[in-house]
Write a protein that binds this ligand. Sequence first.
Ligand code: GDG
Length: 502
Amino acid sequence: MWTSAELQRLMQREISRYRLIVVSNRQPYAFRMEEGRLLGEMPPGGLTAAIDPLMRACGGTWIAQSGGDSDRLAMDGDGRIAVPLDSPAYSLRLLNLTEAENDGFYYGFANEGLWPLCHIAYTEPVFDVQHYEAYKSVNRKFANLVLDEIGDEPAIVLAQDYHLALLPRYIRQVRDDVIIGQFWHIPWPNPDTLRICPWQGELLDGMLGNDLLGFHLSSDCQKFLDAVELNLNAEVDAQYGLVDYQEDLTLVRPFPISVDFDILDAEARSAGVLGEMERLAGELGLDRGRILGLGIDRQDYTKGIPHRLRAVERFLEKWPEYRGRLVFLQAGAASRVNIDSYMQLTIDIEATVNRINERFAEGDWQPILHWPTSLPSETFSALRRLASFCAESSLHDGMNLVAKEYVASRVDEDGVLILSAFAGAAQELSSSIIINPYATEQFADAIHQALTMGDDERRFRMRHMRGIVQSNNIYNWAGRIMMNLMQASTPDHARLPAAGVI
Ligand code: GDG
């Protein structure tokens, strides 16, 4: 079983002579002053939730885009911030981008282009040459900051996600001794879809600047290798997951990401969460016999939120005895709000919530509650503990950490997870009720199955999933990546057995 201490020992033994640099677009903390006290809070999103525990365990520098003026309140004279603020474990170094740079790089190429390209959600990607120019120039800025941070020291650079596809090549062009790994947190498209992107060759070339490239699933690795074989003059060993390109090797491996099980488990048992459960049970009417269904998502069109609401509607049509009893709470903050498709999603969700509520509401009961704001972590934990079922109905999702968080919070070994077959998490969490979010009838039946499942079966399924998330935890993910990175950096790694491949 991997723990934070185990990971720390591995890092001490294997990489203490290297500087560890994590680089991502999003910084792991947002800073603000409250009553004269500086606070640092974690923004919503899977990436930060996953990497912060790794950095806490290992130390090093995390380079990211600055979130704005409030960062200045937290910075020391060298422009660095020691985080977490209450018990510093690593250092943050932030890059300032202009609004125009961020519009082209982040909103434009990354989120209007690559995000829909990589997810099968039927939203058309936008590929604009100016967006791509900004993407290239910002990737170069990040690379230069990394190079400045490592100086001429031996270093390991771990780049995160689709915002930084070109960065590994830019670093490699200057320092061929640095060990570079990248984790791609979203799915990888099949070669036919990838062809839509006018710069597919440059993206593949950029990503092959890595020694190690990680995806959540082996099917994503396979699709990446297929694309390389089709587009570049490279030798691909698909079975081993190895690319030989321009006399450099890149290992391509699956690492299904996870959560910090122990922390979520402990939080769910804490006095703060127990108090919050009592408060919420009163507010939601659970103390008066109502039942809670829960969805938590950053508001994104890939998460299948309207599909989920339609399934709740169909459920109430088919089983009217639950009217007045089931409350379905959709929680989670809006994101990327200045992109049209996200604005449209907010409008669609609100219209669907209103329509269903108008149709079924009775007295003080409304079937759907929509809380489109970020909530304190204790409130999320309490909601997960109170919910008879949690429905994660992504149309396509790299992993889906919410599903794993639900399981980790169910210290009572109760509750049912309804999970989309198109979320990476479905491969591990096979004791959930697996649904097709487009099949509303089947989804509604799954809600009924969840609410009528016998105690023994519920507990058996939840216990099974808790065992999986407890052992395949975030430290296991990070430890495997680190072991593979060390392997990838040895000159004749092609002949070594694969470390930690699943
Ligand atoms: C990407 C990939 C992959 C959600 N709303 C709020 C909030 N959250 C938290 C959840 C969870 C995280 O954000 C979301 O993680 P997901 O995995 O569900 O999704 P993405 O943000 O799309 O993340 C995904 C992940 O990267 C990791 O590799 O699993 O497939 O798309 O932790 O609890 N947190 C707060 N307020 C919210 O409103 N504070």
